[in-house]
Design a protein around this ligand. Structure first.
Ligand code: ZN
Length: 848
């Protein structure tokens, strides 16, 4: 799964932050009240095959189905079998055309086998069922319908054993009105017309987990783009979009054949399914979903030529394609090991980027994975990547699972070296085809293919939460002729949180580069290297492999040299951050030079952010001087950073960019920043921009965010209007964020703002609802608590339930405990206890 298109991710910034005390336990608990340890269930049968006949009725939002399942008993006789089947109306269950006894309670369907199935005996039974207005799993949107089964929602649209460890072959016949298209898993076996109906029959011969089953129905058109491999074989690749979006579809999905080639080569296992289709649907609740051979993608990723300037669907497309191996062919045995799906798919976004655009882009991708994980760790909670204490498995699908998982694989590449890393990946993939995997399977594949025992590595980075917080200090002593490098682990270190242990490469550049590897084991390490002359550049971790929050204290001279001369993107970024903080004349000159000479946009993106954080007039002048940089992503970063300067000089520049830039995203960033400057011209510019109609509401969203920053009561009605149903989804979400911001700024408008946000807490658009929850949390207003408590139990999606529970906890904390007071652990614990009790009460009420 991809949570949402990359450019619009980032919901968890601006959380209410209440720092208790600066110690390891100050990181929030991941497990919410009501969490328990989860394990996959026992098995009594092996499901061999599921055959589905599906007849969806789009107008009535109804599905009639027949689910015919073949099971084989394991080692004991089986007299009853309980399937997951939520809200399904069961009409009959038959075995060899004879009715069977069954009972259904709205959550499960129990079938009684008389006589019992003997060990290893196989049987087939058919369940005739229907469902109207399903709560989850099957969604009817306008003129089409799609399913979403991950993590455990197949049970809302067909009866099944709904766990990832259950793999079976499937066949699907979808009966639709003539003129409609239907997609499911595997080969298209037949498409036949029957009167005014068409029946599409698919067959998936490679066993796959239940959650990977799909059905999409609607008036889609097909675009074919086959891959002809070098060995003469062909893979059929299709894109399906609603009529009129064909060109956007090709623009968005056009690199898929190339991705297949890259991944087959890297993974050493051929693409495993009969064909590969991507279908773009409306109101999708994720970015994409990797159903075997038939990925569902959000239609928000379809984009026009102008958006293509600085927006790409490649991360989403490569992520879902990588899942066809990691997730689909090899599937986590239970959700606690879901990083074997998501960490891998995230990492392979960067792998494709490297093959397509080069090593700098790869490193910058991994760098952003790290940044995003660090943000979640500091703002939200800390947990080990492999973790099995939760309420809903979907809670695990966070930045620890995706981004930290991806960053761990990058570090593993550094640990093993290029050849051994890819050999290990191929061994892991090759040995586990069609199997369910746990992390130990990866550890074993590494051991078998390279001899390396990395149990310690995995204990530290995967089975333990957190990361080292490193400060690296450089000093060259002219008199002693020695270079000293100190590496401090600033995170709290004690018996239960030992210092991290890792090897790090150092590069000392004089006339040539000398490489050495040092072992870091203690919280404070010092390396002294005799050197006759001062080195030009000193490189710490030149591959940027170490998963850590790193700060350089190199001094201006070394930092400037690194920014100008280090070949690694991450090193240049850390140097730029140090120089921005310094602000000395030489630091400014080095930064200015970088904007002219650095060939990689990512370094300048980060440099602009660091300059914005200084709030210094010199930094504003420097940014303004480069505001017409040729790369739109650099212009976007500069426009964002200029929002830190509340002066008319910044506003002058922003007004011009907001009007003229060819990129939607640059304009949006400029509008947002213009609001922050509170310039007198801002309101009129923003009020006019929020009425535009640009791709995915991008420009309007920037205007909404800008209006939120103005602290001007005239903005409130514009923002409330922008949250209404019918407006663009992205705009609605931005307007909710902006309303929360306005609520912080204008006390007198708070009541109306609270009401407008509360109105959207039950919004049927999933992402809008989540933005409303974020906004409620940010305002920390007690008036939201009743709705949040209700939704934390009854919300339709596990993510909604989790967000509401977290928001309610934080609002209660912020209301009862004055912020910025240390040493209040007992009060916090008491509050958590109170929250837990309340939660139990709510749960007992809802059970009753
Ligand atoms: Zn994914």
């Amino acid at each position: 799964m991809n949570r949402r298109p990359r450019e619009t991710r980032g919901a968890f910034t601006n959380r209410v932050r209440f720092m208790v005390v600066d110690e390891p336990s100050a990181h929030r608990e991941f497990a919410l009240p009501g969490s328990r340890l989860r394990y996959g269930p026992d098995k009594t049968v092996d499901v061999r095959h599921i055959d589905l006949y599906l007849r969806p009725d789009l107008e009535r939002q109804h599905l009639d189905g027949v689910c015919t399942t073949t099971v084989r008993a394991l080692d004991e006789p089986v007299s009853s079998l309980t399937l997951d089947a939520v809200d399904l109306q069961i009409a009959s269950v038959e075995r060899e055309e004879r009715p069977m006894q069954f009972s259904a309670d709205g959550r499960h369907l129990t079938i009684y086998l008389e006589p019992p199935l003997a060990p290893e005996e196989q049987t087939t039974f058919s369940i005739r069922y229907s469902v109207t207005n399903p709560r989850h799993g099957l969604f009817f949107v306008n003129n089409h319908a799609w399913t979403q089964s991950q993590d455990e929602n197949a049970r809302f649209w067909f009866p099944c054993l709904d766990y990832p460890h259950e793999k079976q072959t499937t066949s699907t016949a979808i009966d639709v009105p003539k003129g409609q298209f239907a997609l499911s898993n595997g080969a298209l076996v037949e498409r036949r017309d029957d009167g005014d109906r068409s029946i599409y029959s698919y067959r998936q011969d490679v066993p796959h987990s239940t959650y990977l089953t799909t059905m999409v129905v609607g008036p889609f058109v097909e675009v074919a783009q086959p891959l002809e491999r070098a060995d003469g074989t062909e893979l059929q690749i299709f894109y399906y979009v609603l009529p009129g979006r064909e060109a956007d579809g090709e623009r968005s999905f056009g690199k898929t054949p190339r991705m297949v080639e890259v991944f087959e080569e890297k993974i050493g296992v051929r693409y495993p399914y009969a064909r590969y289709s991507q279908i773009a649907v409306a109101d999708f609740i994720f970015g994409g979903m990797e159903n075997t051979s038939a990925t569902t993608q959000t239609d928000r990723t379809l984009h026009d030529e102008r958006a293509h300037l600085d927006f790409s669907s490649d991360p989403l497309v490569s992520h879902e394609l990588a899942h066809q191996w990691f997730g689909d062919l090899l599937t986590c045995r239970d959700w606690s090991h879901a990083w074997l799906n998501e960490g891998f798919a995230t990492y392979f976004e960067a792998v494709f980027r490297e093959a397509d655009l080069g090593y700098d882009e790869y490193v910058y991708d991994v760098f952003t994975f790290l940044e995003r994980y660090l943000e979640e760790d500091s703002d939200r909670y800390r947990r080990p990547i492999v973790y099995n204490r939760f309420r809903d498995p979907i809670e695990l699908f966070d930045r620890h699972l995706y981004e930290k998982g991806g960053a761990v694989l990058h570090m593993l590449r550094g640990e093993l070296g290029e050849t051994r890393f890819w050999r290990a990946i191929r061994r892991y993939a090759g040995d586990n085809v069609q199997r369910n995997v746990e992390t130990i399977d990866l550890i074993r594949a590494i051991e078998q293919s390279t001899g390396r025992n990395l149990r310690g590595f995995f204990d530290q980075w995967v089975f333990r939460g957190g990361h080292p917080q490193l400060t690296v200090v450089l000093k060259y002593d002219e008199e002693r002729k020695a270079l000293t490098i100190t590496i401090d682990q600033k995170q709290p270190v004690d018996a239960s949180n030992p210092a991290y242990t890792f090897d790090v490469d150092l590069g000392i550049v004089t006339a040539d580069e000398r490489r050495m590897r040092v072992r870091v084991e203690r919280a404070h390490e010092t390396v002294t290297i005799p050197l006759d002359e001062r080195p030009q550049v000193v490189r710490f971790d030149p591959g940027a492999f170490i998963l850590a929050d790193v700060t350089y204290e190199f001094g201006d001279r070394f930092a400037a040299a690194a920014l100008a001369g280090d070949s690694n993107v991450a090193a240049r970024i850390y140097a730029a951050r140090e120089l921005a903080k310094s602000g000395s004349a030489s630091a400014r000159a080095a930064l200015d030079a970088a904007f002219t000479s650095d060939s990689f946009w990512g370094v300048l993106d980060q440099a602009a952010k660091a300059l914005g954080k200084t709030h210094a007039p010199w930094a504003r002048r420097l940014l303004t001087a480069h505001v017409h940089h040729k790369h739109p992503k650099v212009r976007r970063a500069i426009a964002s950073a200029l929002g830190s300067f509340k002066d008319s000089g910044a506003a002058d520049v922003l007004v011009a960019i907001a009007r003229d830039d060819e990129s939607y995203f640059v304009r949006a960033a400029a509008l947002h920043s213009l609001g922050k400057t509170r310039d007198v011209r801002a309101f009129d510019v923003l009020a006019s921009a929020i009425a535009e109609s640009s791709w995915n509401g991008t420009v309007e969203s920037g205007a909404a965010r800008g209006l939120g920053e103005l602290g001007d009561a005239r903005a409130i009605p514009l923002l409330i209007a922008a949250t209404q149903p019918g407006r663009d989804e992205t705009l609605r979400r931005a307007a909710l964020d902006a309303l929360a911001r306005s609520g912080e700024l204008i006390e007198s408008e708070r009541a109306g703002i609270v009401e407008a946000i509360a109105d959207r807490l039950d919004d049927p658009m999933f992402l809008v609802q989540r933005s409303a929850i974020d906004a409620a949390e940010r305002l920390a207003d007690g008036r939201f608590l009743a709705a949040l408590d209700r939704l934390s139990v009854s919300g339709f999606d596990g993510r909604v339930r989790r967000d509401c529970a977290e928001a309610a906890i934080r609002i209660r904390e912020s209301q009862k405990v004055p912020a910025q007071v240390n040493g209040l652990r007992t009060d916090i614990d008491a509050l958590r206890e109170e929250q837990r009790k309340l939660q139990e009460q709510i749960e007992s009420i809802s059970r009753a």
